[in-house]
Design a binder for this molecule. Structure first.
Ligand code: PGA
Length: 248
């Protein structure tokens, strides 16, 4: 695996103030030299961002928002959070294009607008892509990934603040992970598509049912720079195990 190994914790709509105590062990662990190359980023729900920023203040753990609005600063958009608001809180990252938000109606153009605005506000992007089960069955994975990448990253010239998270939709929350060969070949496809856009090296993460049990297998997959962990990241012990088993 590459120099920096990303461990991205996506808490989705979970977590409470009391759940933050369980992070003390992680804070202790990553102070060890051995874990220097672990790049840990937490994506709590918006309600916990401020508390987590305080909690991780003296650590190298970064925080991000799970989504943001396509308008840069302020506006009459009930229930939305802008890139500026994330920045003001101290966030460094934002997840965009997550399949749960695509399912809720976000299309490639909207995601592209969000990416451009968030980059303008100097946020780093975790850009999620991935095929559904139906698309996989129809052997449309390549064309879907190509469409998501080309439309999502349309007009972007500098890719240094972009990280791709390849998350097959059929793997998210199901406990099923792709076979190693399938994953490696899809990562290669993604690299090929990206290579046509830029010669910059873009980290590619894998996401979808990553846990403390399958990590020993996943860490040997060629071409990935880390993991986007959903449900297993809500349990600190499991998340720590994932980090420990990857870097041993
Ligand atoms: P999961 O979620 O690890 O619970 O499958 C991953 C994600 O949706 O980011």
């Amino acid at each position: 695996m590459t120099n920096n190994i990303y461990f991205v914790a996506n808490w989705k709509m979970y977590g409470s103030i009391s759940s933050l105590n369980s992070l003390n062990k992680l804070i202790k662990l990553i102070k060890k030299k051995k874990y220097k190359k672990a790049k840990i980023i937490y994506f709590p729900p918006f309600t916990l961002i401020h508390s987590l920023i305080i909690k991780f203040k003296k650590t190298k753990i970064s925080i991000g928002g799970q989504n943001c609005h396509q308008i840069e600063n302020y506006g009459s958009f009930t229930g939305s959070i802008s890139p500026k608001m994330l920045k003001d809180l101290g966030c460094k990252y934002v997840i965009l294009g997550h399949s749960e938000n695509r399912d809720a109606g976000e299309n490639d153009n909207l995601i592209n607008n969000k990416i451009k605005i968030a980059l303008k506000k100097k946020l780093k992007i975790i850009f999620c892509i991935g095929e559904s089960l139906n698309q996989k069955r129809k052997k449309a994975t390549f064309s879907i990934l190509k469409k998501q990448i080309n439309k999502g990253l349309n007009g972007i010239k500098n890719f240094s603040n972009i990280i791709i998270a390849y998350e097959p939709v059929w793997s998210i929350g199901t406990g099923i992970i792709p076979k190693t060969e399938e994953l490696e070949s899809n990562i290669k496809l993604i690299k090929k598509i990206l290579h046509k856009k830029t010669k910059q090296k873009i980290p590619i993460l894998y996401g979808g049912s990553v846990n403390d049990l399958n990590i020993s297998k996943l860490k040997n997959v060629d071409g990935i720079s880390g993991f986007l962990v959903g449900s297993a990241s809500q349990n600190s012990k499991k998340f720590i195990d994932i980090i420990k088993k990857t870097i041993n």
